[in-house]
Write a protein that binds this ligand. Structure first.
Ligand code: 3H9
Length: 706
């Protein structure tokens, strides 16, 4: 073990009459067992040190404390607990001050709220984001925050999980002083001396009385109703409201006891397991084999080919990342439309008061429209976002090959097409990669980085660097029809079509999928995206479709009528007068009935549970195939793809995590059962069978890849 690893994670030293307690547990000073024990010991030491008049708690490195150590959740808790540490800090007979820089989140903020005074440096970020992990503040946060900042503001902080700037935290009452400077120790010591000079004594948050309790309870009633409506199956938000209510109604210690009990319930919930899996998985996807060997290429000037919705969204993402963008379109009219698409995004922000005209002008100064490829000779990176047709794309890449400087990265935004074939249209396949953005590209977080056979490793790392600059969640994918996301989508969409043809209405299926936690069901999504998009894909695939495979024609019948969804006023649903929420359409049900009759199918009843078992089994089985073919590096890459790009409910952790939590033997048993009806579609993935035979789960593959 290195000496750095042996250094205590909490150190104390005397600075005159102040005991400085510093936490040094990189990367973010999470409150693991050793930190908790160290903090407790430091406070005991301070209380018995006659020469110490005050204690200063600081974090070393980039954060004060980012919270409890999330990796410990789900394991047997080791004493001392964080609530015990916080209570001990608050009870200290010495003046305790927290000096906050960087993140003071979750348990980190709870430590600070247990101190008697708080000073923050300007870049500090304070928050109680436990809700995003399926938890609630479990070390006194639900009891102390309302006493310091008021009941409504504290509940909002906990329910939103948002981070407050130091300035906002001071205005809210969480922080006593906002200090200039960059050194939390020097700033903290100066503040301690200021307090001592004023004769300040320990001031315990637990002793603060909550003002106007009847008004606070009325606010909580309203908040509980709103939270029940908004939290869509999430467990911890309502628990947060109940704990804040306890802060108002009960003595402090009873409130703490209720918080503890609720925290333990959340900790035991599968939602916590799903959300924490999502947290770590999103940080893992950037860990790719190429990262060890290849530094990203430099890029600052980029080109976007195509100014449609996708090209404009990519342009906005690039401009927001500080890059210089040249947009290429084929003629004056198209480029004017492309620029209008870009400006529309910024004008929307201006209309909402979230951007000034000056800020827009500064951003647009980095944007150049052009109709000539000659204007992009010097760019470092190109993203093509033209019509989804392999011949059109190959022609664009031939042109890029002709004009672009050597070493420029050439990326295609195709969602299905063969990127190896696109790369082969150039003389430099080592520079060609897929960057699959999701629409609207300036909003959606997912970026599938599709790695063709001949691409150079430093082009792959450049793509990941671009994702970081654009604040996207990158996932590395291999080349196949649809890559990770759209390939798996095609299969579970097919499962939904089979369920529909066998007896459930599209509306029942959508309802079951929403009940699982999705914001929308698959037929609502089709209507939103435009039925014509899927129709074009089905036509393209018709030639290669296995003639023995079951094919449901209902969607084709709907498209043949020109019913493409919201944009045409009807699709699977009716959208009278431009309504955004659709109504069931009896004519669609008649089409479904006619198609069933044509195939001699007698419709049967499906429960929501059976719908979801089929939907998820199809998703997981195809996910396993994507893994064994190496299209996805790890199960967690599939999880992140669906969480960030396809609306998969975050609290379920992603499809592969869902499968692990459901139990792979159960999922496989379902697939084998369904295979009795259609052995071709429900062919179990060999990887799934292997894992079940070996008694392993998908997560074991994440771990072995780490
Ligand atoms: C809690 O506090 C419960 C209590 O109320 C009650 C207890 C009884 N633990 O995000 P980054 C790792 S719940 C363990 O890439 P950034 C992270 O995995 C907690 N590890 O950096 C990554 O590791 P690696 C409430 C953690 O600068 C590395 O640190 N707190 C933790 O973009 C760097 O992270 C939160 O929810 C942790 N708590 O962002 C805050 N946090 O290098 C969660 C981070 O191996 N954290 N790691 O991939 C964050 O929001 C961001 O990490 C932060 C830094 C803003 C701090």
């Amino acid at each position: 073990m290195s000496s750095a690893a042996e250094a205590p994670v909490v150190q104390t030293r005397r600075d005159g009459d102040v005991l400085v307690v510093s936490i040094n547990n990189p990367p973010v000073n999470a409150l693991g067992q050793a930190v908790r024990a160290g903090l407790l010991a430091a406070i005991e030491q301070a209380d018995t040190d006659a020469g110490a008049r005050a204690v200063l708690i600081v974090g070393e490195g980039k954060a004060f404390i980012a919270g409890a150590d999330i990796r410990e959740f789900g394991k047997t808790p080791q004493p001392p607990s964080l609530p015990e540490v916080c209570n001990r800090i608050e009870a200290s007979n010495k003046l305790v001050v927290a000096s906050i820089h960087g993140a003071a989140l979750g348990g980190g903020l709870e430590v600070a709220l247990s101190a008697h005074y708080r000073v923050a440096l300007p870049a500090a970020k304070l928050g109680l984001p436990e809700v995003s992990l399926g938890l609630l503040p479990g070390a006194g946060g639900t009891q102390r925050a309302p006493r310091l900042m008021g009941v409504k503001a504290a509940a909002d902080l906990m329910l939103s999980g948002k981070h407050l700037s130091a300035k906002a935290a001071q205005a809210a009452g969480l922080v006593d002083k906002l200090a200039e400077g960059e050194d939390p120790v020097a700033t903290g010591l100066a503040y301690v001396q200021e307090l001592l000079a004023q004769g300040a004594k320990p001031r315990r948050t637990r002793d603060i009385e909550i003002a106007d309790k009847p008004a606070a309870l009325a606010e909580l009633d309203a908040l509980a109703a709103e939270t029940a409506k908004k939290s869509r199956g999430l467990f911890s938000p309502l628990k947060i409201v109940e704990c804040v209510r306890a802060a108002v109604e009960l003595p402090f210690d009873q409130g703490l006891a209720q918080e503890r009990a609720s925290f333990m319930e959340c900790l035991a919930s599968p939602q916590r397991a799903g959300l924490i899996h999502a947290f770590f998985a999103e940080r893992e996807t950037a860990k790719i084999p190429e990262a060890k060997a290849a530094q990203p290429r430099h890029f600052s000037r980029i080109a976007v080919i195509g100014g449609g919705t996708m090209g404009a969204g990519i342009t906005v993402s690039a401009l927001d990342a500080g890059l210089t963008v040249t947009m290429i379109e084929r003629d004056a009219e198209s480029i004017a439309r492309g620029q209008a698409n870009v400006e529309k995004v910024y004008n929307g922000l201006i209309a909402k008061g979230r951007m000034t005209e000056e800020a827009k002008a500064a951003i647009m100064a980095r944007y150049t429209p052009s109709t000539s490829y000659d204007d992009i000779r010097d760019v470092d990176l190109v993203i093509e976002a033209v019509f989804e047709d392999i011949e059109v794309k190959k022609a664009v890449f031939k042109e890029l090959d002709r004009v672009c400087k050597r070493g420029a990265v050439l990326a295609t935004n195709t969602s299905y097409l063969d990127i190896d074939a696109i790369a082969a249209a150039t003389s430099r396949p080592q520079d060609v990669i897929g960057l699959h953005f999701f629409s609207p590209a300036n909003i959606m977080k997912l970026l599938e980085i599709v790695v063709p056979a001949k691409v150079a490793p430093d082009v792959v790392t450049t793509a990941f660097e671009l994702a970081k600059k654009m604040k996207k969640v990158p996932v590395r994918a291999g080349v196949c029809d649809g890559f990770i996301g759209n390939r798996i989508l095609a299969v579970y969409k097919q499962a939904a079509d089979y369920i529909m043809e066998d007896g459930a209405s599209p509306y029942e299926i959508d309802e079951a999928v929403r009940g699982f936690g999705y914001p929308m069901g698959p037929f609502q999504v089709t209507d939103l995206a435009g039925g014509d998009i899927g129709w074009a894909t089905r036509k393209r695939r018709a030639a290669t479709r296995d003639p023995k495979a079951r094919y449901v024609e209902i969607a084709d019948r709907i498209c043949e009528r020109g019913w493409f969804g919201q944009k045409t006023g009807r699709g699977f649903y009716l959208y009278p007068q431009g309504a955004r929420v659709g109504q069931p359409d009896p004519e669609v049900l008649a089409i479904v009935d006619a198609e069933r009759a044509k195939k001699g199918i007698t419709p049967r009843k499906f429960t929501a549970d059976e719908i979801m078992r089929r939907y998820m089994a199809a998703m997981v089985n195809e996910g396993a195939k994507v893994l064994e073919e190496g299209i996805a590096l790890r199960p967690l890459d599939i999880d992140v793809t669906f969480l960030s790009g396809y609306g998969f409910p975050r609290f379920r952790g992603g499809p592969m995590k869902w499968a692990d939590m459901t139990g792979l033997p159960k999922v496989l048993a379902d697939i084998r059962e369904f295979a009795k009806e259609d052995a071709l579609f429900w062919k179990p993935a060999p990887l799934l069978e292997k894992l079940v035979a070996e008694g392993r789960d998908f997560d074991s593959l994440n771990k072995s890849a780490a």
